[in-house]
Design a protein around this ligand. Structure first.
Ligand code: HEM
Length: 383
């Protein structure tokens, strides 16, 4: 009678341990699978995939700094990234819609939508500063919600000639813009309980390169080849809050007309927004002129409410210029000074910043002249 062989009596073999007789502990022929995007169904799933692939791509492209940058994004990243991007109508690069609008979760799901209870889904090099940078920007978006809600009230009020409704809606609108400026101030509020404070030298020296793109960027003059997608390189601007739909909507509502060059840059930034947000901006621009309505009504409270909106938008843009000076102009001057002294010490965080971005924004604009022109054209709509 044959005896049953128990496990302990089986001949000892390496197979069950994933150890190969040919390669030992080495994994034989590791796979490089292509991520399959066909199982992504909902808009939110696609946005999460875009965010994750964007962060991996920015890491891959910029991990070695601005010298000897890569020319090609490998197919394993490029193909799924371009598929997801195409389905969303977003470009295959990190955008404001990824890093800010789709990059948050509540720690306690029942808790408040506030700084203490929010955290990022994915981050970039720069420690707590990255959290502060994206979270403060998210809080600016949040502070703007009452302004967005008042847009249909303004448009419908103008359409039916209801000056009182328009006045009230514009008052809400201007209050929200004040809230946005207050939220922006948190970017350098050292006293805040939870770390939101962003150190200018960390933003400038470490974080900024990971937000930058491959258009109008001298360290990647030819752009980037997305392997397996297209043989020719493609050029895309980096992430910037110029891609936030907020001020685009406000400008269209108030009738702000930008100069050709800055206007062209801002219009191009609309291609970095979710297409439905871009459509909202365009549809606002097609409505009868609010400013014309205010002038025609010649009603004191309405004119005052409109004027307050212009003043608050101007104040927001002026404060933003202040922030940009603190976070870019000042550290850039320090980096230049160190370079001129031949003192490129890695201990000074600003020295690690890419020189290609000294004069230009991550979106590729010539920063200060651009921002000042945009602010000055805002002033032009005053009544
Ligand atoms: C450390 C913080 C920030 C820095 C250094 C910064 C820098 C810049 C730069 C350089 C530009 C020029 C466009 C480009 O090339 O990217 C710009 C544009 C812009 N930024 Fe910021 N930004 C900061 C925070 C924010 C925040 C929190 C918001 C609010 C959502 C914001 C809203 C805008 C807008 C709307 C523009 C387009 C110009 C305009 O419409 O006035 N920025 N920013």
């Amino acid at each position: 009678m044959a005896s049953t062989i128990t496990d302990s009596q089986k001949p000892f073999s390496l197979d069950p341990y994933h150890v190969s007789e040919e390669f030992g502990f080495i994994l034989p022929a590791p796979l490089m699978p292509l991520l399959n995007t066909q199982f992504l169904e909902s808009h939110r799933e696609l946005r999460l995939a875009h965010l994750a692939l964007s962060v991996m791509t920015m890491g891959y492209v910029w991990q070695e700094g601005e010298d000897d940058t890569v020319k090609m994004l490998p197919r394993n990243l490029a193909i799924p990234y371009c598929e997801v991007s195409q389905r969303l109508g977003l470009p295959p690069i990190l955008t404001h819609a990824d890093a800010v609008l789709a990059n948050w979760r509540k720690r306690d799901p029942q808790g408040l939508f506030d700084m203490e209870n929010l955290e990022l889904l994915v981050t970039l090099p720069g420690g707590d500063n990255v959290r502060g940078f994206f979270m403060v920007t998210l809080l600016v978006e949040l502070a703007a919600v009452p302004a967005i809600k008042s847009i249909p009230l303004v448009i419908n009020g103008v359409q039916c000639g209801d000056a009182e409704t328009v006045t009230r809606a514009l008052e809400e609108f201007s209050q929200a813009m004040q809230g946005m400026t207050d939220a922006l101030k948190l970017m350098h509020d050292v006293s805040y309980v939870v770390p939101v404070y962003v150190k200018p030298e960390v933003f400038y020296g470490i974080m900024r390169i990971y937000l930058s793109g491959w258009k109008d960027n001298s360290s990647m003059p030819a752009g980037l080849v997305y392997e397996g997608v297209q043989a020719e390189p493609m050029e895309y601007s980096g992430g910037s809050a110029a891609q936030s739909s907020l001020l685009h909507c406000f400008d269209e509502l108030l009738g702000v007309k930008h100069e050709a060059k800055s206007g062209a840059f801002l219009t191009r930034m609309r291609n970095y927004m979710p297409p439905s947000h871009k459509r909202l901006i365009q549809d606002i621009s097609l409505q009868p002129s609010l400013r014309g309505f205010v002038q025609q009504q010649a009603c004191e409270p309405l004119t005052a409410a409109f004027q307050l909106c212009v003043t608050k938008l101007l104040a927001l843009r002026s404060y933003h210029i202040n922030v940009v000076s603190r976070f870019i102009t000042v550290p850039a001057a320090r980096a230049r000074q160190l370079r001129n002294q031949g003192n490129i010490s890695q201990e000074e965080t600003v020295s690690r910043a890419p020189t290609a971005l000294e004069e230009t924004g991550t979106g590729g604009s010539g920063i200060m002249s651009f921002l000042k022109t945009v602010r000055d054209r805002t002033r032009d709509v005053s009544i």
